[in-house]
Design a protein around this ligand. Structure first.
Ligand code: ADP
Ligand code: TRP
Length: 314
């Protein structure tokens, strides 16, 4: 039986953090055996916030390495750069002519980003349509993401429905996959961990950077168990394993943070080693991306051919 199709994307906009890892990246890795899996570095999306060439190139390279480091197996999943498949942009245009400005204005992420001072470019406004094209081009059924992306996947579903109603059955309706326990991973201040809140623990930071982040976790004095430390710690150890540690160190915040730090470092050590291996083998990485884009292109171009016919562009 054919495997179900899973796809997710990450913007190369900075170093991935523990929230990105548990919220999204880990799901992709865990499911790569079970699904036909597409892992995409969405560099067209990143253009909505990065206008420096070197920064975009460096970030892109780094996110590819991060994905390989956490266990992306190029024999099992298709890892590729969005810009290697220009059909994403072509399909976006066709969808643009199908959706309306008032409908697109409902997207929360656009408002959140412009409230934070990001310029309201047409590209930023159109972000959800490009994301819909990403998803629908591959007949994706499952999209692992964090809670903040729920609405975007819903919008992709609505676009699929509208296209199918107008032009005949063409696109599968995708479903978001959001794991409740990690839908909103908290940061060092207890709010959602996010690059834009400065409350992250970088997944591939140096020991010092990770230590600094862990030591900065906000603790409320007077409680036996520092809630913010515990909330992050339970990502790395089961609650059963944590129980004796927190019992023994009631109220000892420094000791508990040290224990968390040791667990994070132990967790990332094998990933760092794998990352180092790929850093030292750039030709291998280039080859992985080349093969990934070849497979993605084959699928996307077949789908686009069908779309062109259906809309009258053939
Ligand atoms: P950030 O908010 O730090 O800019 P991104 O928007 O680049 O993160 O998110 C990349 C992926 O990681 C998305 O699927 C997003 O839903 C997920 N993600 C980001 N932060 C978290 C978090 N704190 N908890 C769970 N998932 C998250
Ligand atoms: N918008 C997603 C984010 O900010 C990234 C993304 C782009 C994506 N295209 C996608 C995620 C397709 C899943 C599927 O994290």
């Amino acid at each position: 039986m054919a495997k179900k199709i899973l796809l997710s994307g990450i913007q190369p906009t900075g170093a991935p953090h523990v929230g990105n890892y548990f919220g999204m990246m880990k799901q992709v890795i865990d499911l790569q055996n079970e699904y036909e899996t597409y892992g995409m570095i969405v560099n067209y999306h990143a253009l909505t916030t990065i206008s420096n060439k070197t920064e975009l190139e460096e970030n892109t390279k780094n996110v590819v390495l991060d994905f390989l480091a956490i266990g992306a197996d190029p024999e099992k999943m298709i890892l590729f750069k969005q810009s290697d498949v220009p059909e994403h942009v072509e399909l976006t245009w066709i969808f643009n002519c199908l959706v309306t400005m008032p409908w697109l204005s409902r997207a929360h992420a656009f408002k959140d980003k412009t409230d934070k001072g990001i310029e309201a470019s047409v590209g930023l406004f159109d972000y959800p349509v490009l994301m819909a094209a990403d998803i629908l081009l591959y007949d994706t059924e499952v999209v692992p993401v964090g809670e903040d992306q729920r609405q975007h996947v819903e919008m992709a579903r609505e676009i699929a429905r509208k296209f199918n109603a107008n032009y005949g059955d063409t696109f599968a309706e995708p479903k978001e996959m959001i794991k409740a326990e990690v839908a909103i991973v908290p940061g060092t201040d207890g709010q959602k961990m996010s690059k834009s809140y400065g409350n992250t623990i970088p997944l591939f930071g140096t020991d010092e950077e990770i230590q600094k982040a862990v030591m900065s976790i906000v603790t409320d004095s007077g409680t036996d168990i520092p809630a913010n430390v515990y909330a992050i710690h339970k990502l790395f150890k089961t609650e059963a394993d944590l129980a004796p540690i927190y019992e023994e160190n009631k109220g000892k915040y420094k000791a508990l943070k040290d224990a968390l730090l040791a667990d994070i470092l132990a967790f990332v050590t094998p990933m760092r080693e794998r990352r180092e291996y790929y850093v030292n083998n750039p030709d291998l990485v280039a080859e992985i991306l080349r093969k990934g884009s070849e497979k993605a292109n084959a699928k996307a171009s077949a789908k686009m051919q069908d779309v062109r016919k259906k809309v009258g562009l053939d």
